[in-house]
Design a protein around this ligand. Structure first.
Ligand code: HEM
Length: 416
């Protein structure tokens, strides 16, 4: 800690809690990284914030979006519901420990066995880590685990959709782990250790790292920019929009199946951006494509980022926001009133060797009650999107996100 304080990294964030908690370093040998204040839903540049793992909903959905993502989808190996329950219990226990800034497991000093924790976060801050666990449609396949009666009816693979060229090897999965944190090593460490814990029960099928959030999930946050250089997340559902969350995101007490109350469903889409093409488009074309000004994020015809989008406005007999603009075609007014909560990340995975271009874009993640009725409806409407000249979706997955676990319980417990 002395080192860190000297470098001025942690002092400001820790000062408030240092007296009471002794800063929690080590936690009697069981601690992993430095623990700071208990609930930091807002930005915490110092990295000392922690987000509780347990609660009514899983963390990592309305949690103010962190800067980094490590996402993994898994194939289940076990053939019994008991094995699945055991895995979910082990993942939840580890997720809770890691989110609290502790090590994956307590035994890290036995010379004759591998340590419980892989170690790369020793000395790092909790960085608001969240671990969100999901269940793919395969879990509910008839004849597989005997859980078919428990399937949320909306949990189905998505039908074919516009602008996609889906690579099955980086799509789907029986389970997922979304680890988000403000430190990339903390996010990766969580995914790595949960993958390790799953050994023999589930195997990693594909994974995706993300840097730079591309959405805003709390009014406490500034709108970030995606790799096209435009503000992304202006008109998103936020943690503060409780009526929208209830209507569009969370399963309620009266919904079927009962075990999903407090849960939701997730869609992931790896959206490759053809950045070399985008970068050759004029500023005017870029703005007409999105329907917003690049610099300010204001809707065309408006002055401020949060000005109301006026889809009816015309100038010289032409709509100010073009008929094929992204914000027109994705707007609730054009999609039967539907909404989703977006929480994606930018990615770059080196060079596409066929085209000799950057393999980069948006790892799109969204939450809603019904993947096809909400995400699918919007995406079908985006079939005529001017943005389609610059993007292609190459991976797709859907997962049920069970409600949060109570302390001592585990995610998915209501299923068994
Ligand atoms: C690389 C692909 C994409 C890019 C670059 C992109 C970018 C943007 C931008 C800049 C905005 C305006 C700011 C905001 O309100 O957040 C926006 C809005 C929105 N986007 Fe996208 N987006 C992409 C893909 C998608 C996809 C796949 C969907 C869903 C199928 C989607 C749904 C929406 C929605 C619902 C809005 C808000 C519309 C409103 O109510 O005003 N976007 N997007």
């Amino acid at each position: 800690l002395a080192d860190e304080e000297e470098r001025g990294l942690t002092r400001r964030g820790l000062i408030g809690t240092a007296g009471a908690a002794g800063v929690g370093i080590g936690l009697g040998g069981a601690g992993g990284y430095l623990v700071g204040k208990e609930t930091a839903e807002a930005d915490s540049p110092e990295g000392t914030g922690t987000v509780p793992f347990y609660g009514e909903h899983q963390a990592g959905i309305t949690t103010a979006a962190q800067d980094r993502l490590a996402f993994g989808a898994f194939d289940l190996l076990g053939e019994s519901p008991e094995e699945l329950a055991e895995l979910l219990r082990a993942w939840s226990d580890a997720g809770a420990r890691l989110a609290a800034g502790e090590r994956t497991g307590p035994v890290n000093d036995e010379p004759l066995r591998p340590p419980d924790d892989t170690g790369e976060t020793f000395g790092l801050l909790p960085s608001r880590l969240t671990v969100t666990i999901g269940l793919g449609p395969g879990i509910f396949e008839p004849g597989r685990l005997g859980l078919e009666a428990q399937r949320p009816p909306a949990l189905r693979e998505l039908p074919p959709l516009p602008v996609e060229s889906i690579d099955r090897s980086i799509s789907g999965g029986d389970l997922c782990v979304q680890a988000c944190a403000d430190d990339p090593q903390v996010a990766f460490h969580a995914l790595r250790n949960l993958t390790r814990i799953a050994r023999g029960a589930a195997v990693l099928r594909w994974s995706q790292l993300g840097f730079g959030r591309t959405s805003t999930t709390s009014r406490s946050q500034e709108t970030p920019r995606n790799l096209m250089g435009v503000k992304d997340g202006t008109n998103n559902i936020r943690a503060e929009d409780t009526a929208d969350l209830e209507k569009f995101v969370w399963y309620g007490a009266g919904d079927e199946p009962a075990w999903m109350a407090g849960g939701t469903t997730m869609v992931t889409r790896r959206i490759r951006m053809l950045l070399e093409v985008w970068d050759r488009a004029s500023l005017g074309d870029q703005e007409l494509t999105i329907g917003r000004q690049k610099e300010t994020g204001a809707p065309l015809g408006g002055a401020d980022e949060f000005d109301e989008v006026d889809l009816a406005a015309e100038a010289d007999g032409e709509p100010v926001i073009p008929v094929d603009a992204h914000i027109r075609l994705s707007a609730p007014a054009e999609t039967g009133g539907t909404k989703i909560l977006r929480r994606g990340y930018s990615f770059t995975d080196g060079v596409d060797e066929v085209r000799g271009q950057l393999d980069a874009g948006l790892f799109f993640i969204c939450f809603q009650r019904d993947p096809d009725k909400q995400f699918g409806t919007i995406q079908r409407n985006l079939g005529g999107d001017a943005l389609n000249e610059y993007i292609v979706h190459d991976s797709s997955a859907v997962f049920a996100i069970p409600p949060g676990a109570r302390e001592g319980g585990y995610v998915g417990e209501g299923l068994f």
